[in-house]
Unconditional design. Structure first.
Length: 549
């Protein structure tokens, strides 16, 4: 790895522009961040490239690998490129999905550090979230003026781990000194509204405003009790003073990377921070960012939430596809078919890619299809996939960056550079903010997921009514939904048959600035599988972490 000060220097940053976290990682300073992000950056204004994907299989399709690869490929072409990606959560790392730094020779470095504690951002978000919970419970214990009604507390504690036992709990036991007994719950840190506030904030001052708006519950008159009313804004901001600063790292080819924020796209908005993107655009000519999971989740939220909030707009969209995923969506998940049968499975699976392409085109973009190619893919299969893309008028390019680094991604970089050479379409969104929450959800469900209708449980309708009562209707919608299907049923791959999207719960996210809709059986605190990945992770006697996938 290159010394991080050398990486910073490549971006025009000096030693006073960063705070070192060891030899290989640093944070931008507050002064540098303000200089890069206040208003329109002076001088350079890079092109933002969004990387998304088709519906993934349980193996994942290499979206982060492709994002890293594209930045490396652009650098190989002599471009001033920078990757602006999310921080991983330890929940999936020790659970089933694995790490979030790419793979092979298209990896963020230092990979093990980034995958685990990194610079402590997720821990700080957990601490700030849980401080607010503690202050709310303390106010109820002492019956302070403005405390929430014990029956109307909505704020949840969080931890950065998968833990099913904490989804529903009882706290405050132990008599008069143990607090106020009540039902409570935990979410994973990636789903915390504090995480969303950090990622959508446009400045540290804006973050403090967002923190103050966080609703912890309601009083006996059903009036919102906020972090500001509990005196929590200042101490929460103090905890987050470093966590709001983007982290500077590098790829395995030594290309600069800003790694910041870690919301999941299936239960949150799934995009790296606005501040990281804005700083990156002031430092590089090409900025590669990603939105979690497939376009139906992170991609739609990138446009309707992140872009709408920040004023950002991409110059190109890349959608990652693999032969394995198309075969899985074509009813050959175990790759048993051969010859003509395999090609038929790919053709059937193209309906899933078609659905995502159609959704991307609703925002005005013809995406570049990035084929993440593997040795197991036959030439006939790859050519069939390319042929299907050409028939649909799409640019398409293979890459082999997992094995070959940036050298294996130059064709993809050339295709993306060509896509960014034409003016980007004017910003457009799926729905106006003045539409009702029901109308917004119907637009997302029908235009992106392919649903025929949307149904609402009574609890969801009650929370929509509450949002209207407190004047919080004219905001975007963030949908929590399975990532394994376009529908809310994880067993329905490909392009599901006609279905209704089932909204079981709504949550008001006043600090983040959106309404969260929970659909199907999605959980905001994941659980460990029977054989968690944690069993294969260890550290050597020299302190080297091994086994993180």
């Amino acid at each position: 790895m290159r010394p991080i000060l050398d990486v910073a220097a490549e971006l025009g940053l000096g030693p006073d522009d960063v705070s070192l976290y060891g030899r290989n990682t640093a944070k931008l300073t507050h002064r540098t961040l303000r200089r890069l992000t206040d208003g329109e950056p002076r001088g350079r204004r890079g092109k933002l490239i969004l990387v998304t994907a088709l519906t993934p299989t349980k193996y994942g399709e290499g979206k982060t690998t492709t994002s890293v690869a594209l930045a490396q490929g652009l650098a190989r072409l002599g471009k001033r490129a920078l990757a602006a990606l999310r921080e991983p959560s330890m929940g999936p790392i020790f659970g089933a999905k694995g790490g979030g730094t790419g793979g092979g020779r298209a990896t963020l470095e230092p990979s093990a550090q980034i995958n685990l504690h990194f610079t402590g951002d997720l821990h700080a978000i957990s601490a700030a979230n849980n401080l607010l919970a503690a202050l709310a419970d303390n106010a109820m214990h002492f019956r302070l003026e403005g405390a929430p009604d014990v029956r109307k507390v909505t704020w949840r504690r969080v931890l950065d781990m998968n833990e099913r036992a904490l989804r529903k709990i009882v706290i405050g036991l132990g008599g008069s000194t143990g607090g106020v007994p009540r039902e409570a719950a935990f979410d994973i840190t990636a789903a915390s509204e504090v995480m969303a506030a950090v990622c959508l904030a446009t400045s540290f001052a804006d973050l403090k405003v967002r923190l103050g708006r966080l609703i912890v519950g309601y009083d006996s008159a059903d009036r919102p009790v906020t972090a500001a009313s509990l005196g929590a804004t200042g101490p929460m901001a103090a905890i987050l003073a470093d966590a709001i600063l983007p982290n500077l790292a590098q790829t395995s080819d030594g290309v600069p990377a800003l790694v910041h924020g870690g919301p999941f796209a299936n239960i949150a908005h799934g995009c790296s921070s606005v501040l990281s993107s804005k700083a990156a655009l002031a430092l590089a000519d090409y900025v590669v960012t990603e939105a979690g999971f497939a376009f139906d989740l992170g991609g739609e939220k990138f446009f309707d939430i992140k872009c709408r909030t920040s004023g950002l707009w991409p110059s190109a969209v890349v959608v990652v596809a693999t032969v394995r995923a198309l075969r899985a969506h074509g009813d050959d998940p175990d790759l048993h078919a051969t010859g003509a049968d395999a090609l038929a499975a790919i053709e059937r699976g193209m309906v899933n890619l078609d659905r995502h392409v159609t959704a991307i085109r609703r925002f005005g973009f013809d995406p570049v299809v990035a084929i993440n190619a593997f040795d197991r893919d036959s030439p006939a299969e790859l050519e069939a996939l390319e042929g299907f893309c050409h028939e649909r008028g799409l640019r398409v390019a293979r890459h082999t960056a997992f094995a070959n680094g940036g050298e294996g991604a130059t064709a993809l970089a050339e295709a993306v550079e060509l896509a960014t050479s034409v003016p980007a379409p004017a910003p457009r969104f799926l729905y106006p903010l003045e539409a009702t929450p029901q109308e917004k959800l119907y637009a997302i469900a029908t235009q992106v997921y392919g649903a025929t209708d949307v149904s609402f449980e009574p609890q969801a309708l009650a929370e929509i009514a509450r949002a209207k009562a407190i004047g919080f209707e004219n905001v975007p919608i963030c949908v929590a939904k399975t990532h394994l299907s376009l529908s809310d049923d994880p067993t329905l791959g490909g392009n599901p048959p006609p279905f209704t999207l089932h909204v079981r719960e709504m949550r008001i996210r006043a600090g983040a600035g959106f309404l969260l809709a929970l659909t199907g059986e999605i959980q905001t605190l994941p659980a460990l599988p029977k054989k968690p990945a944690a069993f294969g992770i260890d550290a050597t006697d020299d302190g080297e972490v091994v086994g993180v996938r």
